[in-house]
Each structure stands twice: as C-alpha cells, then as structure tokens.
Write a protein that binds this ligand. Structure first.
Ligand code: ADP
Length: 623
C-alpha cells in the first residue's frame, strides 16, 4: 500500500487516531521519565539531608564527649599533681620539686663516705642526723645511711634503714617519694646481698604498685624504676590497658609543655586518637583527657544509630576511623570550622543502594506507568482494529455498490438492445424473435433474482425477514431446485448431476423459497467460479439427525485466507476479482443467514486446483 493512501479518507481517520495515540504514548513516556528523574533528585536531596543530620548529630555528641573526661590531671603551682580517677595515668606530666635541704648538713658525713671511704664513720654520722627533729632531714639521712651501710656490706642494717625510710610515705626524698625510693633501694640491697627469692617477691610487689601508679612520678622516673626492676626480675609483665594509660599520660605531658594557656587537641598516640583539653590558671594547670577507646566506641555507636559510616581524619590527613576516601554523597564537618579535634565525614552505610521507600515508590510508579501504557496500547489496538474493520466494511460497501450497479447494467443493456431490435423490426424470422423473447425472459429473471436477493439481504440484516415454515422432503426439494437450475444453465454447457440415496426420506421444517434460494446461490457460485470445468455435483445425505445438501465443483478452488472469510458480508475473493467474475459479495452471507435461521450450519471445503464443496447441514426428521 502506498504511503499517501494512509492519509486519504476513510483511512485518514485511522492514521489520525494512531498518530494521536502515539503522541499520547510518547507524552506519557516522557512524563513518566521526568517524574522518575525528579523523584530520584528528591531522593538524592533527602539522602544528603540525612547525612547532614547525621554529621550534626555526630558533631554534637563529640562536643558533649569533650565536655566530659576519662581522666583529669591537675598540677598545682608547687608541682603537686593529682589524677582523677587515681591511677588512670601511667605517669604524670610533673612531680613536686625536691625540698631544699641545707647542702652542708651532710657535707662531713659525705666526705667520710666518698673521699675517705670510711663507711663505718659515715654511717655513724648519718645515724646521728637520722635522729633530727625535721622529718625531711631524717628521711635524707636514712637514705644516705642505707647507702653507707650497703657499701660497708652491712646489708641487714641497710635494709632496716630503708624500712624506716619507707614509713615516710610520700615525703620527698632526693626529689621522689620516700616510700618509693626506700622500696627500690631495698630491692637493690637484697639483690646485692644475693637474697634472690626475697628480691623477686619485693620487686614484683613494687612493679605492681608502680604500674598501678601509686606514686605521681614523671615518665623518666617511671621508666628508670621499671627498667631497674626488670633487671632484677625479668618476668615482670605490664598490666592490661597499660598502653592506653601511657597514651593518656603522653597526651597530658604533651599538653603540659605547650606554651599556650589553653587548648583542645586530638593527638595521635600509637596511631590511636586521644584528645586533651588543658587550661593554665594562676600558676596551676589542669587537663581533661579522653582515651582512644572512648572515642572509638563513640564513633561505632554513632554509626549503629544512624545507618551511617563516619570517617575521622586529623589535620595531617591521618585516618583515625573509617575510610580515607568516601564514595557517593557525604557530609563533611571540617575541624578548622567546627573547632573539634578532628574532621568528620558522614557517608551512607549503603552508599550506592537506594532507600527501601524510594525503591518501593519507584516500583509503584513504574508499575502504574506500565499498566497505563498497557491499557493505552490495548485500547489503541482495539479501537484501531474496530476502525480498520469499519473502514474495510465501508470499502466493501462501496465495492458492493459498484458491483450491484454492474450486475444491473449487464442484463438491462441486453434487454434494451433486444427490445430495440424487436421494436425496430430488425428481427426478421420468428426463430430470431423467439430467441430474443427467451433472452429477455432470462435476463429479466436474473434481474428479478438479483432484486429479490438484495431485498432479502436487506430484510435479513434488519431481522425483518419472515420465514414461512413448512415440511419439506429434503431429497425431493433439493432435486427440484437442482433440476430447475440445470435447465437454466444447460444452454451454457453445464452438467448438474444429482445424487441421493434411493430409500432416503428426510423431512426438513423450513421455508421452501428461502432454502431453495440458498441452494441456488451455491449452484450459481459453482457454475460462476468454474468457467472451464462444467461438471457440478449435488449430493443429499443424512446422518445423526441432520441432512447434508452439498454442491461440489471442479473449479480452481478458494485460497486458504479467502476460505475463512467467504461468508462475510460483501466479501469477494481474490479469484472473483482476478477473473472479473460478476457478483455482489452477499450470496454466501445470505446462504449462511438462511441456514442458521433454520438451526443448521454451512461448511466450505476447498483445495486449490481441485474445486470447492459447500454443504448445508440442516436438522431433519426421518419419515
Ligand atoms: P459473489 O459470488 O457475489 O462474489 P458470494 O458471497 O457468493 O459473492 O461469494 C463470496 C466469494 O467466495 C466469491 O467472491 C468467491 O471468491 C468465493 N466463492 C464462492 N463460491 C465459490 C466457488 N464455488 N468456487 C470458487 N470461489 C467461490
């Protein structure tokens, strides 16, 4: 079919409709796409908002954590240090300055000890000083007494001196708590005296107390004592959580040496995040410390709460928690702006997975659009089919009008010519005249049949056809129609043979004229469409309470696609059009109508090159 034919009426309506529907479908698709894109944008925005909220929450929680502390260290103006809770640090940033003791007080005894190596006299001198009224002089003297006795080899007495010194508790001696100095000295003395069993026990006890931070001492002091003790008892082990306490101590020490009066920083100690906030006021110093494990558990908790992933990075770019690079959307809180010790970045735990609600919404939207598209598509298809059927019927009707006109014109032309010849006296012999009368009769009969079949068809379509029911003997009725038809076509060389069982007698209840007309139509077609094969068979048989009246020809047959539609109104097969066979396309539709009105059916069988067979199947009674 040429393209431009689609734009000519009546097909233009169909074209217009399909174009309109295509525009609608395209608009729908575009709209759907836009909605999806918009929805995705809203989802991205929402996800960003969620991250911003999570980052703010994390910031607030960190701020709150910073206002508390795992350990508080205060250093008074005189260097006295206090740790709360006690023992939370491994060592303190400072220790009290040793009290000034008159240097010349021990000069004589020390010269006896160091210059003359007279340890006995030196010990005696120290013993006298150990009875001084001032506790700090007593303590210093006892320390020196122990030393002189050791050098003299009087270990037992030296141990006794140290035991007395131990009772001075935290009184500073040689810049350190007396009890610590005394116990350490006892260990060395026992070691020197070769009392291995006791030395190990005493060393272990001192080790435990040192690692529990019984005394507020600085890192070098602690390290010296610990290494001394390790030499005495190599199996000594550090307690659990030591590293963290060392880290806190380190942070405190670092802050203590800062020139700034106050500050709040995050430090990386042993690759872990520790924070310290310090303040210097009227000679004193205090610091609040938060351990790495507190920070780490806080970040983990924050992540669990909000379904987010936190990345914590210090100013040098070291990642303290989470990942260095964050794929997908993220909310950053930079340390430089927030004043927090670290920069934090919140990312979604499921960065590339859309939220469930969005997935559900999108599914619903896509399903809705799909249903709408299917309905639109199906609707378009159905309407287009109905329209194209109507167009086909309209075309068939117009074909029908021209076919009917042709059908009328041929007999009318013949009648007119014959009548004119008769009127002008051109028919000279009686034989010629008789022949002309016969032809006029035949042609007018054809016209009558045509008019009647058109009228019947009209009435049948309007359901106004009135059937006159009577009892018909099937064989007798069909034989009479076949014989009448045979007479009509005899002159054209057609042979109509009739077969029916001799003993068969079946009664049909029906309209003789209508059924006769139907059989006539079948016979007429058999003759019309078999121009070269002149044998037509009419056969009557009965089975299962039905009588079959069939008409068979040996014509060229009906193509398969035509065979399905030959009973449709106005339908004319390809063979009819090709051969230029006259017809209106309503013959078989009338046959079907009549047979069905009698409670029967009509069947068509055909094979190309073999001919066709049409059978009317009618209900009957055997009589
Ligand atoms: P018409 O004969 O006026 O065209 P019909 O309704 O009687 O209309 O037949 C419809 C079509 O069926 C015909 O156009 C023809 O193509 C086909 N047809 C009917 N009978 C035969 C037959 N006996 N042999 C071949 N084709 C037939």
């Amino acid at each position: 079919m040429l393209l431009w034919e689609w734009f000519r009426p009546p097909r233009a309506v169909l074209t217009l409709f399909i174009a309109l529907m295509s525009v609608c479908a395209l608009a729908l698709g575009w709209l759907g796409w836009q909605v999806l894109v918009q929805d995705q944008m809203v989802e991205v925005q929402r996800r960003q908002e969620r991250l911003e909220n999570a980052a703010d929450r994390a910031m607030a929680t960190m701020e709150q954590t910073l206002s508390g502390a795992d350990a508080v260290v205060t250093v008074a103006a005189n260097g006295e240090t206090q740790v709360t809770p006690a023992g939370r640090l491994a060592y303190t940033p400072s220790q009290p300055a040793p009290p000034a003791v008159a240097a010349d007080l021990f000069a004589e005894a020390e010269s006896l000890e160091f210059l003359r190596h007279d340890f006995g006299k030196a010990a005696a001198a120290y013993s006298r000083l150990a009875e001084s009224a001032a506790p700090k002089i007593r303590a210093e003297a006892l320390l020196r007494l122990g030393r002189a006795l050791r050098r003299e080899g009087k270990y037992q007495k030296a141990l006794e001196a140290y035991t007395s010194l131990e009772k001075f508790g935290s009184t500073p001696v040689a810049g350190m708590p007396a009890s610590l100095v005394a116990r350490a000295a006892r260990c060395s003395t026992l070691h020197e005296s070769g009392d291995t069993a006791v030395v190990e026990r005493e060393a272990a006890a001192l080790w435990t107390e040192l690692t529990l931070a019984k005394w507020n001492i600085t890192k070098p002091t602690l390290e010296t004592y610990l290494s001394d003790l390790r030499e005495l008892a190599p199996k000594l082990a550090l307690p659990a959580g030591w590293d963290e306490r060392v880290a806190l101590s380190e942070a405190a020490e670092w802050a203590f040496h800062q020139p700034k009066a106050s500050g709040r920083v995050g430090l990386l100690v042993n690759q872990r995040a520790t924070s310290v906030s310090w303040e210097r006021q009227s000679g004193g110093w205090s610091a609040r410390l938060i351990s790495a494990s507190t920070w780490e558990s806080l970040w983990k908790k924050l992540e669990q709460d909000g379904g987010i992933v936190l990345s914590v990075v210090n100013q040098e770019g070291v990642v303290l928690h989470g990942r260095a690079s964050t794929p997908g959307p993220a909310a950053l809180r930079a340390a430089a702006i927030t004043g927090l010790p670290w920069s934090i970045t919140a990312t979604s735990a499921s960065a590339n997975q859309p939220s469930q609600s969005w997935t559900a919404r999108r599914r619903l939207l896509v399903a809705g659009l799909a249903v709408f598209a299917i309905v639109l598509g199906l609707g378009t298809l159905l309407i287009a089919r109905a329209l194209s059927r109507e167009i086909a019927v309209a075309r068939l009707q117009s074909d029908f009008v021209s076919a009917v006109s042709h059908e009328f014109r041929t007999p009318l032309t013949s009648i007119r010519q014959l009548a004119e010849m008769l009127a002008r006296g051109r028919m000279e012999t009686d034989h010629h005249k008789q022949r002309a009368y016969d032809l006029i009769l035949g042609e007018s009969d054809r016209l009558r049949r045509l008019v009647e079949s058109l009228l019947d068809f009209g009435r049948m379509q309007a359901r106004q056809y009135k059937y006159r029911t009577e009892s018909l003997e099937a064989v007798e009725w069909s034989r009479s129609v076949a014989e009448e038809f045979r007479e009509t076509v005899r002159g054209r060389g057609y042979v109509i043979d009739f077969t029916a069982p001799a003993q068969g007698a079946w009664t049909i209840q029906g309209d003789r004229e209508a059924l006769g007309g139907a059989l006539w139509n079948l016979l007429d077609n058999a003759v019309k469409y078999s121009p070269d094969e002149h044998n037509v068979h009419v056969a009557v048989s009965a089975a299962n309470g039905q009588v079959n009246v069939s008409v068979r020809d040996h014509g060229p047959g009906i193509p398969r696609e035509d065979l399905k539609r030959v009973f449709a109104r106005f339908y004319r097969g390809a063979n009819a059009k090709k051969q230029g066979t006259k017809g209106t396309g309503i013959g078989l539709a009338i046959v079907k109508e009549i047979v069905e009105a009698h409670g029967g059916t009509v069947r068509a069988r055909s094979e190309i090159g073999q001919g066709s067979e049409f059978t009317m199947v009618l209900p009957c009674h055997e009589s």
